[in-house]
Ligand binder design. Structure first.
Ligand code: PXL
Length: 288
């Protein structure tokens, strides 16, 4: 039995609408890793498509939680951050990286489809870039990548040259491992690419594109990636497993014609996720 990994997920809790912590906690736990949390804010719903949502900022609590944990000498194997609400929160999380040990996995959640989420001002990508400087692995989509690099957003289909250049420039920010989502070379397939600046290794993984925009899928992908990677799957396999899990969740939601603001049906894919991770781990131990 391998040692259970302990992951710290730092995201908001959107009480309804399946994203951030309501996605990270069940998915990471299901993969067999322990998942501790720091909620950065409590919202009645996420901000994508709902109006009138409540927002209780918990910035002040983050430092007190970490102060307490320091007295307990807790160690984490990974710290996974997602949606953060302000520059102040970014600074506090950056300090938290120095105070708590753990592989730093940053999803710079702030934009999609060429557009910064309306809740952020135009300087926000500079703050996220600073957090990515301290990360070990970053998980941006192409819009977030362009914003952090201060490059104009380009619509796809993309070329391998463009994607690889983008990932190399992203690794120049700091994180040596880059996972780029929203990659496509033709209209039928959509997926993700990886780049490890230390080994020079690159990988791509695509699946069928399901038409439409589904809320929370970045967090579903990120959480499944973290769960797979922290359970010993290599970078490229973790991305493959996370893409399959995300696409399965989207397909179930599409078939059920659920309101896309309500998030995707990831719950019914958890068993397959666990199977995919164990299968990969068995193939690794068979080859050793
Ligand atoms: O899924 C990303 C996310 C997380 N948390 C909140 C959001 C969003 C995206 O809109 O609004 C509060």
């Amino acid at each position: 039995m391998t040692r259970q990994n302990r992951v710290l997920a730092i995201h908001d809790i959107s009480c309804f609408g399946k994203c951030s912590l309501t996605v990270a906690l069940p998915i990471i736990s299901a993969t067999g890793a322990e998942c501790a949390v720091i909620p950065t804010a409590v919202l009645s719903t996420h901000t994508g498509g709902f109006t009138g949502f409540t927002y209780r900022d918990l910035t002040e609590d983050i430092t007190s939680i970490v102060d307490h944990w320091e007295t307990l000498d807790l160690g984490f194997d990974a710290i996974y951050t997602g949606f953060l609400g302000s520059f102040e929160q970014i600074d506090i999380i950056s300090e938290t990286f120095d105070r708590l040990e753990g592989l730093r996995i940053v999803d710079p959640v702030m934009a999609d489809d060429g557009v910064l989420y309306p809740v952020f001002d135009s300087n926000f990508p500079k703050g996220m870039r600073k957090l990515c400087e301290k990360a070990d692995i970053i998980l941006p989509n192409i819009t977030e990548a362009c914003l952090m690099l201060e490059e104009e957003y380009v619509e796809g289909p993309y070329t391998p040259e463009y994607i690889e250049g983008l990932m190399e420039r992203l690794s120049g920010i700091g994180a040596k491992k880059v996972v780029l989502t929203g990659v496509y070379f033709d209209e039928n397939k959509l997926g993700a690419a990886t780049y490890d600046a230390e080994t020079g290794e690159r990988s791509y993984y695509f699946s069928d594109r399901v038409p439409g925009y589904f809320h929370g899928t970045g967090d579903v992908f990120g959480s499944a990636f973290v769960g797979s990677y922290m359970n010993g799957c290599p970078l490229a396999d973790s991305v493959r497993i996370a893409v399959d899990f995300t696409v399965g969740s989207i397909k179930r939601t599409y078939a059920a014609k659920t309101d896309v603001r309500y998030g995707v049906n990831f719950e019914q894919g958890l068993l397959q996720l666990i199977k995919d991770i164990s299968e990969k781990n068995e193939s690794i131990s068979d080859s050793e």
